[in-house]
Design a protein. Sequence first.
Length: 277
Amino acid sequence: MSVGTVDPRNPATGSDLAIRIVSAIVLAIPALAGAWIGGWAAGIFIALAAGVVVLEWSRVTGGAFGVAIGTAIALAAAIVVASRGQPAIALIVASLALLVAAVSDRRLWAPAGVFYAAAFGFSLIELRLAPGLGLEALIFVLAITWATDTGAFFVGRLVGGPKLWPSISPKKTRAGAVGGLAAALAVALVFPPLAGVSLSLPLAIVAVLLSVACQAGDLFESFVKRRFGVKDSGHLIPGHGGLMDRVDGLIFAGVGALAVGLLHSGLGDLARGLLQW
């Protein structure tokens, strides 16, 4: 995902932008459908995404493909099991996948990838399964992530200016980061009445925190790719690279949302803990 990505020496063409938009829409449709249906549909979609993240992480970090396939399948199965209301079994399966990855790679990059993808998958599925406002909580996190990405991209492209963190990601700009934060705030203003929750200052603060987490996730993936000299995590999505390039911010935002819900209302009321203040 792009946080204020802009390169004045090689600006995106109209066709590049069109490809990015079409790819984003194609990704958004099944994501929203899975979120809306919930249960097995959400579990399968999130499980597939998490499995792809494991594979792409392995590609970026130079891991063994056979191990990556096995751990990706195991983690995907664990997330599907979790979506069926069996968290204990899901945790055991995910832990075994993590153990296999750790034994296979003494550099710890393989288990780090499994943990990274597991954090992504389990945070989103737990938010969706939360009683009461589970759907609304997941849509809120998706909306914050997409708004941050979109605001950062367009403001960064239009304004340019000083770089956000050039040693990590030389194309991302401070203006783009601010644009992402502003877009997330707009979601905090528009979303509550649509979802039937109260418009409040704490929710706006949560939106800003999740936007910051989203941008931190993008920078983290940029750091990993730069560490291994890789430009894109894959070529699955035209205009975006790999799936991990698209969900890097969502991974951090999902974990952040889960943490907010837990701290505010506990495990039994995650969604309300995130949205109701």
